[in-house]
Design a protein. Sequence first.
Length: 277
Amino acid sequence: MAVGISNAFVQLFDAEVKQAYQASRALAGVTRERTSVEGNQVKFPKIGKGTATVRVPQTDVTPLNVTYSQVTATMSDFIAAEYSDIFNQQKVNFDERRELVQVVGAAIGRRMDQLVIDALNAASSPSTVATTVGGAGTNMNLAKLLAAKKALDAKNVPAEGRCMIIHANGLSALLDETELTSSDFATVKALSTGEIDTFLGFKFITLGDRDEGGLPIPSTRTCFAFHRDAIGMGIGMNQKSEINYIAEKTSFLVSSMFSAGAVAIDDDGIVKISATE
C-alpha cells in the first residue's frame, strides 16, 4: 500500500473507484453470472429437451434421455492504471485524484461490457435479422424489432429476461417510428426523455461510440437481441483497486483490475441484427 497515505485516503479512493465503475458499465445484470471462480475456466451446463410419453400401466417408464452439454468461458486478467506524480499532487490536490478515479473506473466498465459483446458476437449459430428487413439498407426500425421477437418466440425463448443492445444511431432511427413514440402504442417515456426503456418485451440498452465495449461495425452495425440466460459470465476476481507508491517514478500508481470471461451458452437465445447507419 502507498507510503505516507492514510487509511482513510485509501478507503475513500476505493469507494470512489467502485462508484465510477458501476456508473460506466452499461451491461451489468444482463447475463447469467457466476462469481468466485477458481482456476482459469468456468463451465456453464446446458440441458437438452425431452418429450413426454403416454403412461402404460404395468410397463417400464420411458426415460426422456435428456442430453447434457457444457460451454466453457476462459478467464482473462485485466488492469487499468495511471501514474499520479507526487509533485503534481501538491498542485492539483483532490481534483487530480477524482479525474483518475473516473478514467480508471470507466476503462474497467467498458472492458466488462466488451466481454459480453464479444461473447454475443462469437455465437456460432444465432438467429439473424438482415439489414434489408424493413427496407433495403435501413437502420433500426420496427420491422427489425418484430423480426427479432419472432425469432426468439420461434425458439421458445422465455419472454421475461429479454434484452436489446442498440447503438445511439439506431435509437435515433427508432424514435422516428410512430409505434415506438406514440402513447397510442407504447408508454410516453420515449417522447419525454428521448429514450426507449422497454418495447415488445425487450429491455433496451443504448451504447454510443466506444473504443472498446461498443457494438461491432465492420460494414454494417451489429445489434443484439438476446435472453440473459443465453450468455454466461464468470468472474474470478471482482474489481479491485489499489494505490501504490513507486519510488522509481516518484509517483503513485492508481490501478483497478479484475479477472473474468464470458461465453454464449445457448445460441437459440441470441439474435444478431444488422443495421445500416
